[in-house]
Design a protein around this ligand. Structure first.
Ligand code: ADP
Length: 320
């Protein structure tokens, strides 16, 4: 039976990471474990920045955005010698297993550590919803709320000025934030890496919206890493009847108090992680599929194809 576990947050932060840390700490302690916080992701593991967590020390963090454990990127963690240093730090404190809250990259680190004898369980902490084995990642719903709130506000002003608002949202090559917010905000056009970007076609459609459908404004939601939205907005102004204005929502999307769904998801996933570690299981990641909290081997999760976006893409088109 294991006695001591660690928990860390890694990669980009997301709202709900703290709720997961709290759940892991409290459920772990109530199950008889000692729980340690590993600060600044794998960097803190290598440097030995590791402190005990208590039921009290995780009070008041449930509602807070970001991560109280801090996050960092450490590309050197791919190097086995660096990981050996990290394992020494864990062994010195008697830590036998670790819960890693992060994205794909963090899962790879967790898998490597498991191969080296430290059982790790991954939890999906990212606003991008880009971990294919889970229907939702911790932070996605909160980020969606932030995007919807911002686009609703842009709609008011764009309506008054015959504007086309072009809104760039995050997603790291996953179009979910764009597509979901497009449906929830009644956007005219959504562009994702899955849909592709045909600029001429979009300009034609915007011209139609202005001249034929007599729309007072238009909203285009576009995923990051697709095009320079400021330059695109200029071409909208030149080629359509709308005045194009670009807004990059940026890191605002990562912040804020987690919404109830993310708090619930983080707590349920934290519970599952403790249950797995108590059974001596490692190298798995927790997911929600069809409303069930489940776990997959990380090796399998990393190569899972993304689920079909077709139903929601169809819905968006039928709403147009
Ligand atoms: P995310 O977890 O959000 O995908 P990154 O891709 O930046 O974020 O990964 C977070 C950290 O995970 C990296 O800084 C690195 O320390 C570790 N990591 C990523 N890939 C590997 C790998 N192949 N082997 C070991 N550790 C890795």
């Amino acid at each position: 039976m294991i006695k001591r576990i660690g928990v860390l947050t890694s990669g980009g932060d997301s709202p709900g990471m703290n709720a997961a840390v709290r759940a892991i700490t409290r459920i772990g302690i109530n199950a008889g474990l000692e729980v340690f916080g590993i600060y600044n992701g794998y960097k803190g593991m290598v440097e030995g920045y590791i402190e005990p967590l208590t039921t009290e020390s995780v009070s008041e963090i449930l509602t807070r955005g970001g991560t109280v454990l801090g996050s960092a990127r450490l590309p050197e963690f791919k190097d086995i010698e660096v990981r050996k240093k990290a394992i020494k730090q864990l062994q010195r404190r008697g830590i036998e297993a670790v819960v890693v809250i992060g994205g794909d990259g963090s899962y790879r680190g967790a898998l490597e550590l498991t191969h080296m004898g430290i059982n790790c369980i991954g939890l999906p902490g990212t606003i991008d919803n880009d971990i294919t084995c889970t229907d939702y990642t911790i932070g996605f719903m909160t980020a969606l709320e932030t995007v919807v709130d911002a686009v609703d506000k842009l709609r008011d002003t764009s309506n008054s000025h015959h504007r086309c608002s072009i809104v760039e949202v995050m997603g790291n090559r996953c179009g979910d934030l764009a597509l979901w917010s497009g449906i929830a905000c009644g956007a005219e056009i959504v562009v994702t890496s899955e849909s592709g970007f045909d600029e001429q076609d979009i300009l034609d459609r915007l011209r139609d919206l202005d001249q034929i459908k007599k729309k007072k404004h238009a909203i285009v939601i576009i995923s990051e890493k697709i095009t320079d939205v400021h330059q695109f907005a200029k071409r909208v102004t030149l080629n359509t009847g709308f005045s194009g204005r670009a807004t990059v929502l940026g890191h605002i999307q990562r912040g804020g108090s987690p919404c109830p769904f993310d708090r619930m998801l983080a707590s349920q996933m934290g519970e599952k992680a403790i249950d797995l570690l108590m059974q001596g299981i490692g190298g798995q990641c927790v997911a929600i599929r069809d409303n069930q909290i489940v776990a997959y081997p990380i090796e399998r999760a990393l190569v899972m194809p993304s689920s079909s976006k077709k139903p929601l893409t169809n819905l968006f088109e039928r709403l147009g």
